[in-house]
Ligand binder design. Structure first.
Ligand code: NAI
Ligand code: SF4
Length: 441
């Protein structure tokens, strides 16, 4: 079902501005939260079952309760707005058109966690959104929701917007922290988790934009009511950004009870595949999650309907399932070449690897070169096995999840579409002829 939670005011002109946002119920959750005990806000978030919307789906209330509170050491909240996962653009939509729901969520969360200096780390390419956020912060400050002694509570909080410089890896929370500290964005080993030692080695919570915005409806309606939206451990609403071969690309809010089939074919959402083409495959959670062929997309391995939620999408593990990830929903029709698609992703991860760990630094380059050869009609049959071997040696052997994210798409492509790899090897001339765009790579 369509959900109207975060985007419930999407139709209201000027909702981007403070006065309009306030007139339509904005900052009522903040008013309520500032009268609550900090621990009670954390409790409401726990009750809501909210899971991190950046991709990992880690329970937010649990993450908040892990935050260390050593005497005299400042704590920080950092909003991860470095949305760079290919296919993912839902945070952009929220920040561009609903900046105040994020600012309000940040205020409530900062209060709950005791952060007097809160940061929004935004991807460099979202330059125009920096202005939108700063304008919203100024408006909120003028209205007394930020700065010193907020609404007479004695709580002080400033929000700073920090623009990244274009590296995908800075979306990984510890690389983001390094970058925010002014250093090269190299991921750190975990543990210690940021909740114990984060920004400037102080206890830090890093949450995604959508996660922090969701704190507003949670406080407004109460954690238990929020948890009633959705199903099982997939509570609340979820934003999805849709792209690829669909009639209606865009950003949608769902309540995670809708089936994958309905989501793709209903006019309310993707509106089906253009030109009557057949569906070939889908990547439901951003480029890092395994691709699923059409025959496994609508039904789980047990033959049950597959739904758009964390549990159902991952049912069957990577053999037949995938992940909800960041909600970047990419649809491929029958004309798309899986080998070419996988090569493009491999190139991306190779380019974005920070280079700290050998399996990722070297392995992503090897995978890209081998895929480029196969796709261009210069591959050997043994290359497919080699590719499989390389991705296996990357997965689980690196400092941060970029290694896994590079390995999984290759593994899934070979697992489900081996025949396409073999076709390229067996048809070198046709592969070269089709290989019209290789010069770009
Ligand atoms: P993760 O599973 O390592 O951690 C999830 C969160 O829980 C982190 O904030 C971590 O600090 C916290 N956590 C886990 N165990 C903890 C413990 N014992 N104590 C304290 N805190 C703990 O995953 P990670 O690296 O945060 O995210 C990976 C995901 O990010 C991938 O699934 C991918 O889909 C997604 N992603 C999203 C992008 C986007 O543009 N939205 C870009 C790239 C990746
Ligand atoms: Fe860097 Fe890749 Fe290692 Fe992550 S996995 S730390 S991106 S080399």
């Amino acid at each position: 079902m369509a959900a109207k939670v975060l985007l419930k005011n999407d139709h209201i002109e000027g909702i981007r501005y403070y006065d309009t946002y306030r007139k339509h119920g904005g900052y009522e959750a903040a008013e309520k939260a500032l009268k609550m005990a900090q621990a009670d806000i954390v409790e409401e978030v726990k009750k809501s079952g909210l899971r991190g919307r950046g991709g990992a789906g880690f329970p937010t209330g649990m993450k908040w309760s892990f935050l260390a509170k050593p005497d005299g050491v400042p704590r920080h909240l950092v909003c991860n707005a470095d949305e760079s996962e290919p296919g993912t653009f839902k945070d952009r939509y929220l920040m561009e058109f609903h900046p105040h729901i994020l600012i309000e969520g940040l205020l409530i969360s900062s209060f709950a966690l005791g952060s007097n200096a809160t940061y929004i780390y935004i991807r460099g390419e979202y330059a125009w959104i920096v202005n939108i956020l700063e304008e919203a912060i100024d408006e909120a400050k003028k209205a007394g929701w930020l700065g010193k002694n907020i609404q007479g509570t004695g709580f002080d909080c400033e929000i700073y917007v920090h623009r990244g410089a274009g590296a995908y890896i800075c979306g990984e929370e510890t690389a983001l922290i390094e970058s925010l500290e002014g250093k090269r964005g190299n991921p750190r080993m975990k543990p210690p988790f940021p909740a114990i030692q984060g920004l400037w080695m102080r206890p830090t919570v890093v949450n995604n934009v959508e996660t922090l915005a969701a704190v507003v409806p949670i406080i407004n309606m109460g954690g238990e009511e929020y948890a009633k939206i959705g199903v099982g451990r997939s509570t609340g609403s979820k934003l999805l950004s849709v792209c690829g071969n669909v009639n209606k690309p865009g950003v949608y809010e769902i309540d995670m009870t809708i089936s994958v089939e309905e989501f793709i074919y209903s006019d309310e959402y993707c509106g089906g595949i253009p030109n009557g083409k057949r569906l070939k495959a889908c990547i439901p959670g951003g480029s890092s999650v395994p691709i699923v062929p059409a025959n496994l997309l609508f039904k789980t391995a047990k033959g049950e309907t597959r739904y758009m939620n964390y549990e159902s999408l991952s049912d069957g593990g990577f053999a037949t399932g995938t992940m909800m990830g960041s909600g970047g929903f990419i649809v491929l029709d029958e004309d798309q070449c899986i080998v070419r698609h996988t090569m493009t992703l491999a190139r991306f991860y190779n380019h974005e690897s920070c280079g700290q760990c050998s399996p990722c630094r070297e392995g992503t380059g090897w995978m890209y070169k081998i895929l480029k050869n196969i796709e261009g009609g210069k591959g050997k049959m043994s290359d497919i096995g080699l590719l499989w071997d390389i991705q296996r040696r990357i997965e689980g052997n690196t400092i941060c999840p970029l290694g896994d994210a590079a390995a999984w798409p290759v593994a899934a492509a070979i697992r489900h579409f081996r025949d396409e790899f073999e076709w390229h090897v067996n048809n070198p001339e046709e592969s070269q002829r089709r290989n019209y765009g290789l010069a770009h790579y």
